[in-house]
Design a protein around this ligand. Structure first.
Ligand code: HEC
Length: 101
């Protein structure tokens, strides 16, 4: 009889409605970029927005060539990428942040 009671109590535990456990605050969503992109990330951006016209251009091939090029200036003053390619603002900001690192 005692065993039955214990089993009954244990079985009862699982069936209670539980209040949802408070979730920890979700991490930061898309927002200001806090990480400086590396050259691998720049290559991804070049692949999406530049190589259509610049396949093989020096600035797409090495970090040093990129830094030595006018790419930052061109993107900053809005002359690159040229139409019909356009870069979303957040990608542009990420792209430009590379040069500040
Ligand atoms: C639709 C074609 C097109 C796209 C896309 C494009 N460019 Fe250009 N780019 C050109 C042309 C054409 C020139 C040469 C004429 C000039 O200087 O405006 C040029 C010249 C340049 C130059 C100076 C010459 C050199 O090769 O160093 C840089 C730097 C440059 N582009 C960077 C970029 C970057 C960075 C992107 C992507 C974010 C990009 N371009 C996307 C067409 C394009």
């Amino acid at each position: 009889m005692r065993l039955f009671l214990v089993l009954f109590l244990i079985a009862g535990c699982g069936t209670e409605e539980r209040a949802p456990i408070d979730q920890p605050n979700p991490g930061p969503g898309p927002g200001p970029i806090d990480e400086i992109p590396d050259f691998a990330r720049m290559t991804e951006i070049h692949d999406s927005y530049c190589v259509q016209c610049h396949g093989g251009s020096a600035f797409t091939l090495s970090e040093n060539a990129l830094r030595a090029s006018s790419a930052k200036q061109r993107v900053l003053n809005g002359t690159m990428p040229k139409p019909p390619i356009s870069m979303p603002r957040e990608v542009r900001d990420e792209y430009l942040s590379f040069f500040s690192g």
